[in-house]
Design a protein around this ligand. Structure first.
Ligand SMILES: NC(=O)c1ccc[n+]([C@@H]2O[C@H](COP(=O)([O-])OP(=O)(O)OC[C@H]3O[C@@H](n4cnc5c(N)ncnc54)[C@H](OP(=O)(O)O)[C@@H]3O)[C@@H](O)[C@H]2O)c1
Length: 248
């Protein structure tokens, strides 16, 4: 029997049309949540909603555009006038070596990963009350040094920092904030990357103590734990879902 930890809960997932966000949306919906997802591509959004089923709703938009984020919460205000869980997950990974970092690379990655997360969370707050949970998507890259990934990694270190400060900022309101940090996950985009980069999969399997990449379902389980009352005394935490990559 499927648990129903999120029955009638209103759950927002940014970047819910693919990869980790899509799998997590399915998991929340399967446990009875009213799921709202976002993504920039309308066609992909429509397809994802068909896959999620259970009355999930999509609001097209770019998280780096505060007007689009307003549109998302205006829809939820109209439908339910409340938010129980925010999974601020939309993010992009692009690489550039120091010495070759272009301004538009910096702006794009920071705008989506950092500014997008800030306003996704801030604009949800008027709709949230005690017992609410915010889960941010970080990355093992925020704690490690990978060649050419300084900008992406810095955005994820910022995400980790937000969870600490916002835990303090929101304690009087009874809203918890935590980070889920995946390592290397078998998303469709990762599968394409591995196909096009000889030796990358072998390198990852050698580097990850568990000897394999994560399935998106494994990240989703951690998100649902952090979003649910099962983690009621967990705050400002970063939960690595990386097969021991950062810890060992
Ligand atoms: N996969 C990994 O191995 C891995 C490891 C560590 C951390 N992460 C993090 O996990 C999160 C999800 O990654 P993923 O691998 O699942 O990504 P993915 O498969 O590429 O999916 C990304 C999702 O975010 C959406 N998105 C991207 N930019 C957006 C924007 N500006 N506004 C709204 N939606 C946007 C995409 O839809 P559209 O393109 O249509 O907008 C899509 O739904 C990211 O924050 C990523 O940094 C992933």
């Amino acid at each position: 029997m499927v648990a129903e930890r999120f029955k009638e809960k209103v759950v927002v997932i940014t970047g819910g049309t693919d990869g980790i966000g899509l799998t997590t949306a399915k998991a929340f919906a399967a446990e009875g949540a009213h799921v709202y997802i976002t993504g920039r591509r309308q066609e992909r959004l429509d397809e994802a909603l068909r896959e999620i089923g259970n009355g999930a709703i999509g609001v097209q938009g770019d998280v780096s555009d505060p007007v689009a984020v307003d549109r998302l919460y205006a829809r939820i205000q109209q439908d339910h006038a409340r938010v129980d869980v925010v999974f601020a997950n939309a993010g992009v990974s692009e690489s550039a070596p120091i010495g070759g970092i272009e301004e538009d690379h910096f702006d794009r990655v920071f705008n989506i990963n950092v500014k997008g997360t800030v306003f996704t969370v801030q604009k949800a707050l008027p709709l949230m009350s005690a017992g609410g949970s915010i889960v941010l998507t970080g990355s093992g890259a925020g704690s490690k040094g990978f060649a050419n990934l300084s900008i992406y990694s810095a955005t994820k270190a910022a995400i980790r920092s937000f969870a600490r400060t916002w835990t303090v900022d929101l304690k009087s309101r009874g809203i918890r904030v935590n980070v889920v940090s995946p390592g290397m996950v078998l998303t469709p985009a990762m599968a394409t990357y591995l196909q096009n980069n000889d030796g990358a999969e072998e390198w990852m399997k050698q580097a990850i103590p568990f000897g394999r990449l994560a399935e998106t379902e494994e990240v989703a389980k951690a998100v649902l734990f952090l979003a649910s009352s099962e983690s009621s005394f967990v705050g400002g935490e970063e939960l690595m879902v990386d097969g021991g990559f950062v810890a060992v």
